[in-house]
Design a protein around this ligand. Structure first.
Ligand code: COA
Length: 387
């Protein structure tokens, strides 16, 4: 797993440090280190044993490679991987008091991130005592963002701060598609289209005026509440008119997104708007595949340099049961790389958390559907050769 360099002894004459996965024989030394590093809420011997044996946990240890077999450990990091989620949790991290302040904590943290990324996790979360300045300093300096606070979390009633970091691996993919953050709740679809247009149509300018114009061109007018979002035929028609070649993939024929809309009048208007889009898509000769697109089809499109506006479950992305569009624009061999136009400011996210997000194939496949019926839809976009 961790193939980190072995520098040192450093200028101060400190011992070298090597990181490796913990083994059963490290149990005593882990317990010893835990006693030295923490005064309360320690991980018990029994828990360490369980962590060492668990398939859904990983322990990384730091040691001096020149010290003998029984020498004390310099530090450890414990990770938990919950089945069925795309998250990993840093359960604990500690450095021996005589080894702190030499960068070992940072190396353990980076190794934990790289392990979590290799296990197809998209984010690492952790909790830390509110009064633990050293650990909080480390997390902040490594780009973790605060996502909440648990009151009365530790044995002495101290609250815990919760932090999260989006994982991206070490080889970011560059597809040349610029990122644009949506400026309203309902314009995710038009923002995805804008990003695709900005790469593939010379002179195209991304701005809020265009965001609203494209939304007006592709919206179903109403949705469950508030203004309507975009639908695939509308997005494809707007893309075609703006100069791209579009291809519609939708798992069911007919009107979409009507479930959950109570008013018969709204349903009627939505139906008419969609009928109009379908007729115009047909008139433009836009290909339509009425079946769920597969991951392989999406990957093949990306390999040809296309982009794809993909419908995903807002619930999986940010916890709200609304349809949401993201732009898939690259494939790194294990992940579909997306621009998510939605930046969750209330969760402390920045553009860095939403642009070029690598989503593991299996996770992407799971979240690329919406609602009880599992509606699956995408609009594949390419440069037009006929214009
Ligand atoms: C938190 C801990 C793991 C840090 O390990 P470390 O090896 O000393 O950390 P590093 O030397 O890699 O330092 C990394 C960064 O952490 C921060 N940091 C470390 N010690 C700090 C301190 N005393 N005060 C403020 N920030 C500190 C700094 O940002 C530092 O970067 P810098 O040296 O470039 O300024 C270590 O202090 C520890 O084991 N503490 C006891 C156990 C614990 O609290 N674990 C965390 C549970 S959530």
């Amino acid at each position: 797993m961790l193939d980190l360099p072995l520098p040192f002894p450093d200028a101060q004459g400190h011992a070298a440090t090597r990181l490796r996965v913990a083994q059963a024989t490290d149990l005593d030394r882990l317990v010893e280190l835990e006693t030295l590093a923490f005064t309360s809420d320690r991980i018990s011997r029994r828990s360490f044993r369980a962590l060492l044996q668990s398939q859904s946990a990983e322990l990384i240890v730091a040691e001096d490679p020149s010290a003998g077999d029984g020498a004390p450990l310099q530090g450890y990091a414990a990770l938990l991987f919950r089945a069925g989620t795309a998250l990993a949790r840093l359960y604990s991290i500690a450095v021996a008091p005589d080894a702190v302040g030499r960068g070992i904590g940072r190396r353990l943290l980076k190794a934990a991130e790289s392990d979590a990324f290799d296990r197809d996790r998209i984010a690492l979360r952790l909790e830390v005592r509110e009064d633990n300045a050293a650990a909080i300093g480390l997390y902040r300096s490594e780009g973790y963002r605060p996502i909440g606070r648990y009151l009365d979390y530790y044995a002495d009633h101290m609250p815990a701060l919760r932090f999260e970091k989006t994982l991206r691996g070490t080889r970011p993919v560059e597809s040349g598609v610029p990122y644009y953050e949506q400026t309203t709740d309902f314009t995710c679809g038009s923002c995805c289209l804008m990003m695709a247009l900005a790469r593939d149509v010379p002179g195209f300018v991304l701005d809020p005026v265009m965001e609203i114009r494209l939304w007006r061109e592709a919206t179903t007018i109403f949705m469950m509440s508030g203004p309507g979002g975009c639908e695939p035929y509308g997005l494809a028609v707007a893309a075609h008119e703006a100069g791209l070649a579009a291809e519609i993939h939708v798992s069911t024929p007919g009107d979409l997104f009507l479930e959950g809309v109570r008013s018969a009048e709204k349903q009627k208007v939505m139906g008419l708007a969609q009928e109009d889009f379908r007729r115009r898509a047909e008139a433009y000769g836009i290909p339509v595949a009425i079946r769920p697109f597969t991951l392989d089809e999406l990957r093949a499109a990306l390999a040809e340099g296309k982009t794809a506006i993909v419908l995903i479950s807002g619930y999986h992305m940010f916890g709200k049961k609304v349809p949401h569009w993201v732009l898939a624009h690259a494939d790194d061999g294990r992940h579909i790389v997306i621009h998510d136009p939605w930046v969750a400011d209330e969760r402390g996210e920045s553009i860095a958390d939403a642009a070029s997000l690598p989503i593991p194939y299996a996770t992407f496949d799971r979240i690329a559907r919406f609602g009880k019926v599992g509606l699956r839809s995408a609009v594949f976009l390419a440069k037009r050769t006929d214009s």
